[in-house]
Design a protein around this ligand. Structure first.
Ligand code: ZN
Length: 474
């Protein structure tokens, strides 16, 4: 692991580095073409068609399920039908997790059913269910500070609330409890774990998502309650009456699975071995049909690529679209791509990925070499009429799967979507096609097509090199 340079040293080094290389620039003719592409994208419905068809004809796409293969075959066929010059797959292996069923109830003091869903990678309960007394904590810190003796043999509940925000930043709170909570509770002797769903809605639907048990910790059955059910639990806990619940999770690991990233490419005219990369993840959770997470992400990339391919003349560099495998249980597809392409990462000139729904993009950020900042200014100027502001100070790792590729040296650019509505539906049965707003989706395609075309036509690169952004964080 590299350590960041001290600030004083950075200040010395940066001007020298800037003087060393020629600035990356985008030719005037490319700006004219990108402006036309942007306007054409605002009238184009390929992203909408792609998202509708994938979620209708395949539906839910849990990694390793029967629909995993069906989705891959569907995307390969659609890429070929759209005329991609080359379509191929690259293998991605991971442990296969399955969900067969789940149910829950309050046993005492007020018997009634609970709406809950197992977390990905949770073990199942005994077939007859798991029962126990519940001990509640307001947040992860309260659980961290709790005495293990008070937790031993009990079911831990943790219930912080997320609030809807444009940046979606509260997901850090909910996902933190979901990923860290079960392992922490088990290390203190808990027999089960329940949380308030990592979501911003008040629907009686639970949000699933992956959890993680640390090495040496016994995995315990972990599930998310819908927010109204979490409220019910908290009211009873506040009354001081002992609360016992019972839940049954029929889920767990079933061996290893080999899936694949599906890749489509339109060849560049003069530098075909260099490429702009964009994509989304093909897997989804099993509760909904994975429309906002993340069929629309692939749809946006496909539509932008196709608009460029329809031009009378191809850009210099190739346009590559990746439908990544199994993002949901740990960025497996992104990590496999990064590993397979790390040595020739300089060929991936720049990348960006949509994985925060399909609502309007409001901000662009980038992690590129200093000499490419002027080119990002040129890109940002063309995005301004779409209502997108450039934050030149913040990094841009490229999106979920591509953050793993960025970590091995790909220059990244992030197109930040408005996430105000996203966590109402994310990872629930409500992640369905009707949540896609066609007009906002077109604005996404318009932004992606501008970035892709300009990066493919830029004179000079954006700094992709093995290890170039090893210290980067988004
Ligand atoms: Zn996603």
């Amino acid at each position: 692991m590299r350590r960041p340079l001290p600030l004083a040293l950075l200040l010395l080094v940066t001007p020298l580095a800037m003087a060393a290389g020629k600035p990356t620039v985008i030719p005037e003719a490319a700006i004219t073409t990108a402006t036309q592409l942007r306007e054409a994208a605002l009238k184009d419905d390929l992203a909408l068609d792609f998202t509708r068809d994938l979620t209708t004809e395949v539906g839910a796409r849990l990694a390793g399920s029967a629909n995993d293969l069906k989705a891959r075959e569907w995307v390969i066929a659609r890429f070929k039908a759209l005329g991609f010059d080359k379509v191929w797959t690259e293998a991605v292996g991971y442990p296969k997790w399955v969900r067969h069923g789940e149910s829950g109830q309050i046993l005492a003091p007020f018997p009634q059913p609970l709406t809950l869903t197992a977390l990905g990678h949770s073990p199942g309960t005994p077939a007859a269910g798991l029962s126990g007394e519940v001990i509640g904590f307001a947040n992860l810190d309260a659980l961290k500070n709790a005495d293990a003796a008070s937790i031993k043999g009990k079911i831990v509940y943790v219930g912080p609330r997320m609030h809807a925000k444009r940046s979606g930043e509260d997901y850090g709170i909910g996902a933190g409890v979901r990923s860290i909570g079960p392992s922490l509770a088990s290390s203190k002797g808990a027999i089960g774990f329940l949380l308030r769903s990592a979501g911003t809605d008040d629907n009686r639907l639970a949000h699933t998502g992956v959890t993680h048990f640390n090495e040496g910790v016994t995995p315990i059955p972990a599930a998310a309650l819908s927010s109204p059910d979490a409220d019910q639990i908290e009211r009873i806990l506040a009354s001081g009456k002992p609360l016992t619940v019972k839940y049954t999770l029929d889920c767990g690991f079933e061996g290893e699975y080999t899936g694949a990233n599906v890749i489509g490419e339109f060849k560049g005219s003069s530098k075909p071995d260099e490429y702009f990369i964009m994509g989304g993840h093909l897997d989804s959770w099993d509760l909904g049909t994975g429309a906002i997470d993340d069929a629309s992400g692939i749809g946006i990339a496909v539509a932008a690529a196709k608009l460029i391919a329809n031009l009378p003349k191809r850009p210099a560099r190739s346009i590559r679209v990746v439908a990544f495998a199994n993002e949901e249980s740990g960025l497996y597809g992104g990590k496999a791509y990064a590993q397979a392409h790390a040595r020739e990462i300089a060929k991936a000139v720049l990348g960006t990925e949509s994985d925060l729904g399909a609502d309007r993009i409001y901000k662009i950020t980038a992690s590129v070499k200093p000499e490419a900042r002027a080119a990002v200014d040129q890109i940002a100027a063309l995005l301004k009429p779409l209502g997108i502001d450039y934050d030149a100070k913040a990094p841009g790792a490229g999106g979920s799967d591509l953050s793993a590729v960025h970590a091995v040296g790909m220059a990244g650019l992030s197109l930040h979507q408005d996430a105000t509505r996203y966590f109402d539906w994310h990872h629930t049965a409500n992640d369905t096609f009707d949540k896609i707003d066609p007009e906002q989706l077109r604005q996404n395609v318009a932004a992606y097509v501008v970035v892709a075309y300009l990066a493919a036509q830029a004179k000079g690169d954006f700094g992709s090199r093995p290890g170039a952004f090893a210290d980067a964080h988004e």
